[in-house]
Write a protein that binds this ligand. Structure first.
Ligand SMILES: [Zn+2]
Length: 381
């Protein structure tokens, strides 16, 4: 399943080192994988590894602000170990079909741990702050962090102004010129009410946290959207294609998180038909029971807004790679790209829907030309 191009029956994928060098429809092969589908490694375009220490997701609560408050409590509790959470999150993802990750880094820098993992990644350092003092401290932290970018050979360093309700507007301005940028935007109705009218549960939460002056936050989500033609917009549940004028940034949808909060069906088709690159993510274990993107895909093929299986596979691979700016190396099986492949049993059903179902539990994963050694994954060589 090369994603770029039609599926090839009886295919042979040629590899040299960490790259794919050819894709043939017949001929000799040194390893026979049997009755399987070979698909590009999945791209989990949005997660928070440093929140991987939630055994179960935080209950949605009465409001989104309740959920945010519970996550803040978790992060600030005694004994909290975000570096350990990063490690555990990586281990979990290494046992799945995902080979490329977009990670939001806040409580712990994930770059070193990712560098020694069998995952490729873009790490987006979060900048946040309702007050000037906190926003400036966050920016200073980013400036120090980005100085180390060159130390990481495989990991791309980017920025993530957290969200318009939590981050002073000038910090968004600082992120504007960064080519690798993700923003949480318009996730809930509460967020819109707060940004536009400074009322509702988020206003109450900020009051309780002692943030009485919110005048330096944005006043509309579209003001943010207009300034970032190339940033990844995460969630966008309360935006529509027309809010973006001529910009067509990547939109990241997180199906498991969406279901966890019981939100109305995400209009994936509407975004795709309007020309947006729709990518997929797991978000964190604070709102998703696991980080296995392959297990979150089936829901996109059901309901009134169901996507066809080929589109779902494209969203989970090539669109994610494009969103992260790494499509030259990732997202499809093509000569020249990295040999990041997931192997899925097809049994008696050879239809693409069954292949996508199988991505929840791949039998083997090849990462940069090597079989990944991880719990539950076989080494066919
Ligand atoms: Zn998120």
């Amino acid at each position: 399943m090369p994603v770029e191009g039609v599926p090839v029956s009886g295919a042979v994928v040629d590899l040299e080192g960490e790259r794919v060098t050819g894709l043939r429809s017949s001929g000799p092969a040194s390893i026979d994988l049997g009755d399987v589908a070979v698909v590009p490694g999945l791209v989990n375009a949005h997660t928070h590894l440093d929140l991987s220490d939630f055994a179960i997701p935080v209950a949605p609560g009465k409001s989104f602000a309740d959920w945010i408050a519970a996550v803040i409590r978790h992060r600030t509790q005694a004994g909290s170990d975000p570096a350990r959470a990063v490690f555990d999150g990586i281990k979990e993802i290494e046992s799945t079909a995902t080979t490329l990750l977009g990670d939001i880094s806040s409580a712990s820098d994930s770059r070193a741990a990712l560098e020694s993992s069998s995952l490729d990644a873009v790490v987006y350092r979060e900048v946040i702050g309702v007050t000037r003092e906190r926003a400036e401290a966050s920016w200073r932290g980013f400036e120090l962090w980005i100085k180390d970018a060159a130390l990481h050979r495989r990991i791309v360093s980017g920025i993530s102004p957290h969200a318009p309700y939590s981050t002073q507007a000038w910090l968004f301005g600082k992120a504007e010129t960064n080519p690798a940028c993700q923003i949480h935007i318009a996730e809930t109705r509460e967020e819109i009410d707060f940004i536009e009218k400074r009322e509702g549960p988020i206003a109450d939460l900020l009051q309780r946290l002692g943030f009485t002056d919110t005048s330096s936050l944005a006043n509309s989500p579209s003001a943010i959207v207009k300034r970032f033609p190339n940033a990844i917009m995460v969630h966008a549940n309360h935006l529509a294609p027309q809010d973006f004028k001529s910009n067509r940034p990547a939109i990241v949808h997180c199906p498991a998180t969406h279901a966890h909060f019981g939100r109305r069906p995400f209009p994936a088709k509407q975004w795709l038909d309007a020309g947006f690159r729709l990518a997929l993510g797991t978000d964190s274990r604070a709102s998703s029971a696991n980080l296995n993107l392959g297990a979150h895909l089936a829901s996109l093929m059901c309901g009134p807004d169901a996507l066809d299986p080929a589109t779902v596979l494209r969203c989970a691979t090539l669109n994610g790679a494009r969103a992260l700016g790494l499509q030259a190396d990732h997202g499809s099986i093509r000569p020249g790209k990295l040999a990041n492949l997931a192997v899925v049993p097809i049994g008696t059903r050879e239809d693409l829907e069954a292949v996508i179902g199988g991505l929840a539990h791949p039998v083997s994963v090849l990462w940069r030309g090597n079989w990944r050694k991880s719990k539950g994954l076989a080494n066919p060589a």
